[in-house]
Each structure stands twice: as C-alpha cells, then as structure tokens.
Design a protein around this ligand. Structure first.
Ligand code: NDP
Ligand code: MG
Length: 386
C-alpha cells in the first residue's frame, strides 16, 4: 500500500522539495492533500500534476479563484480556511502529515494531526518553539511519532538510531553562521533584507532565511532539539560551521561522537522522515570530503542578539519562547518589508519579552492569547526601529 501524504505548505521551499521526493518514489508515496496560503496558481498546478484527493487554500479570499482553476478536476475537492487545514490532516486515508508551513499557523493543524494519530514529519519548528511541552505530551498520549525534517535534527535523529539504551552526553548543533558571520557591528547596522536573503549554503523560504541571518533560527533549533530529544538546553552546544557539511552530532557518555554529514540538500531529511527506518535511493550530488575544509567556531552572542534572546527565553521557559516567536514573526516580516532594521529586530523582541504577560505553565488557550498579545506589542514597537 502506498503511504498517503498530506503536505501543509506544498508551495514553499520544503513543500516543493517534498514533492520532488514523492515523484522519485511513485511506488511508495501518494499525495493525499496539498495546501498553501496565497500562491493559488502554484497550488492548482501542483494539484493537476499530483492529483490529490483534496487541496486547501488557507487564505479564504482565494477560494473562488482556486475552485475555478480546478473546475475541470471533479475528483479534487477544494477547501479554504484555517479550519480546513485542521480537518484535512485528520482524514482517514492520511498516513503522514508533513508540516511545511511557516510560523505559529502550524500549531493548530499539528495538534489535530497528532490527535488523529498521524505520523508527523515536522519541518515547522515554530510549533515546538511555541508549545514544545504540550506537543511532546500529546505525541506521547496519542502515540503519534514525530520525525524531524530540519536538517540538524534529522542528523541528530540519524545519530541516535540504535542508541535507545544510551544516554546523550551532549548534542553538537551546527550552524552555518549565516551571511553576516564576519560582519562587524557597524556593517550590521546597514544590512538590508536583500543582503540577508543571500544565504551562503542553503536555499530556503524568506522567513527562515532571515532567521538564519539573525541566528534566531539556531536559537529556535536549540528549543526544537530540547523537545524532540528530551535533552536539557545546557547540554546542547551551538557550533558555527560555515561549510554546512556536518549537519549535527551527538556525544555519548563514553566520549564517542557520532555525526551525520552530507552536501546541503533538504530532500535527504525530508525523504528520511518519510521512509524511516529505511533509507531509499536519492539522486543528487555526493559529498567529496577532499573538496572541503571543515571549520568550527563559537557563536558570538553579543553580535547576534537574537540567539542570546532565544537562550534567555529557554531559561525563563513557560510562554516566553511563544512570546519570542510571535515578536520574531512580526520583526522578521517588518525587516523584509523595510519597516525595521536588522538590529532593530532584536530590540523589538527584547522589549516584547519585557512587556508581554508571562505565564509559567501555559495551556493551548494561553499560547493563543500570548501569540496575539506579543504580536500586538511588537507591532507597536516597530515604529521605533526603522
Ligand atoms: P516557505 O515560505 O518557502 O513556504 C511556506 C509554505 O507555507 C507555503 O506553501 C505557504 O503558502 C504556506 N504558508 C505560509 N504561511 C501560511 C499560513 N499562515 N497558513 C497556511 N499556510 C501558510 O517556507 P519554507 O518551506 O522555507 O519553511 C517551511 C517550514 O519549514 C518553516 O517552519 C521553516 O522554519 C521550516 N524549515 C525550512 C527549511 C528550508 O530549507 N526551507 C529548513 C528547515 C526547516 P504560500 O506559498 O501560498 O504563501
Ligand atoms: Mg535547520
């Protein structure tokens, strides 16, 4: 039986690469549902090519256009709205849900998919940043496996295969350092979104590319690793590794370090999440270690305030990571549209952390309120950081 996959965010960077993987294994995988937010034309094109049972456009304003574009495809059901995302993941035939949408919007459909006992292939790290404890508890309660798609977490996961009985001493989480690794404070003041969108080693969606430039992405990945692998944050070390060849490593109590290496290609972690515990053939470039000099540096927490703020959020715990995530979504979008500076993003997040209501043991409703409150505060602060 072919595995039926629901891709949340099929028109994005991860979504399209997932479709490439599925296309390489038509005997194993079938698309059950595709979803997007605004890119209607792309979604309709994908639907014509992959013939899913359903498509969902999250932004309801595009429902009519999508329906018209697919009016000759009577076997494809067309839905719209956030609620529809939550419903589609629960559909009986769905075996796996790839969460490849961006930001807080991933939380609700992921919870629905877990409660429907689907296998979660998790790219949407914001879900674990916002509500890691809740997600971990639900996944345990409903026996829903969560397979990491983020390359570092896939690397760690691959290092842990066969190590169930063994304690993790330390996780070595690698980080490219982003395009501004060697910039000084003066240069950082003037960088533009266009500069930040030129990532040295990975091609990704706009939001995560900016997060990678500010190193907020790495802070989020520490939180993600903490919840995925049950390791306290003080046992997770961030290493700047500009070549992005070692995708991360695990040190065990006997001092042995296992690492996973490869050329940067997100299709590998996507495919591994689909096929685990099996490895499947994948076309593409192979690693040639003769061509690479591997380097490692400590991250500069003074230069990259966002990483320091993520560590602070981990320390304060409760809903603080949710506050940081919401403020970061607003600041990140603001920077992309020229409404705040690169360094302004950190200041907006820092001040939102100081102003938003803290809750030491949040539940789902608190996360929703926190997200809304922190976004509101961050928007108000935006004007000060042009
Ligand atoms: P993209 O911006 O390229 O794609 C995002 C996808 O989600 C698009 O299909 C988009 O639809 C949809 N989407 C965006 N906002 C919403 C919303 N509010 N509701 C419903 N759907 C929405 O992002 P990426 O593929 O780069 O990233 C996806 C996730 O994976 C993120 O959480 C990111 O952190 C994570 N990730 C990405 C990596 C990468 O290499 N790209 C690596 C590791 C993790 P539309 O096209 O219509 O806007
Ligand atoms: Mg990553």
């Amino acid at each position: 039986m072919k595995k039926q996959i629901c891709i949340l965010g099929s028109t994005g960077s991860i979504g399209t690469q997932a479709l490439d993987v599925i296309q390489q294994h038509p005997d194993l995988y079938e698309v059950y549902a595709l979803t997007a937010n605004n890119r209607v034309q792309e979604l309709a094109e994908q639907a014509r090519k992959f013939h899913p049972a359903a498509v969902v456009i999250a932004n309801e304003d595009h429902y009519k256009e999508l329906s018209e574009l697919l009016s000759d495809q009577s076997d494809i059901k067309v839905y719209a709205g956030k609620e529809a995302l939550c419903q589609i993941v629960e559909a009986d035939p769905v075996d796996m849900v790839l969460t490849a949408l961006v930001g807080f919007a991933g939380l609700a459909p992921t919870i629905h998919a877990i409660k429907a006992r689907k296998k979660i292939c998790l790219a949407n790290k914001e879900t674990l940043v916002v509500a890691g404890e809740l997600i971990r508890n639900l996944a345990t309660q409903y026996h829903a496996p969560i397979l990491p798609v983020d390359s570092e977490h896939s690397a760690i996961f691959q290092c842990l295969v066969g190590e169930d009985e063994n304690e993790i001493d330390k996780i070595l989480l690698t980080c490219s350092g982003g395009p501004f690794r060697l910039f000084d404070d003066e240069q950082l003041k003037n960088v533009t979104a266009a500069d930040a969108l030129r990532h040295p080693t990975w091609e990704m969606g706009a939001k995560i590319t900016i997060d990678s430039a500010s190193l907020m992405n790495k802070g989020f990945e520490v939180i993600e690793a903490k919840w995925l692998f049950g390791v306290p944050a003080d046992k997770i070390q961030v290493l700047v590794h500009p070549q992005s060849i070692i995708h991360s490593a695990v040190q065990f109590t006997d001092g042995s370090v296992k690492a996973q290496l490869g050329v940067p290609d997100m299709r590998l972690p996507i495919q591994y999440a689909f096929s685990f515990p099996k490895r499947l053939p994948l076309n593409g470039e192979r690693l040639n270690l003769f061509k690479h000099q591997l380097e490692f540096f400590e991250p500069d927490l003074e230069k990259f305030q966002c990483l320091a703020l993520a560590f602070e959020a981990i320390r304060r715990s409760g809903n603080m990571p949710c506050i940081v995530n919401a403020a970061n979504e607003i600041a990140n979008e603001g920077f992309r549209h020229g409404r705040c500076s690169f360094l302004g993003m950190g200041r907006i997040i820092e001040q939102t952390m100081a102003k938003a209501t803290f809750d030491a043991s949040p539940d789902y409703e608190v996360y929703v309120q926190t997200d809304a409150e922190a976004r509101h505060i961050a928007r108000e602060l935006m004007n000060n950081y042009k």
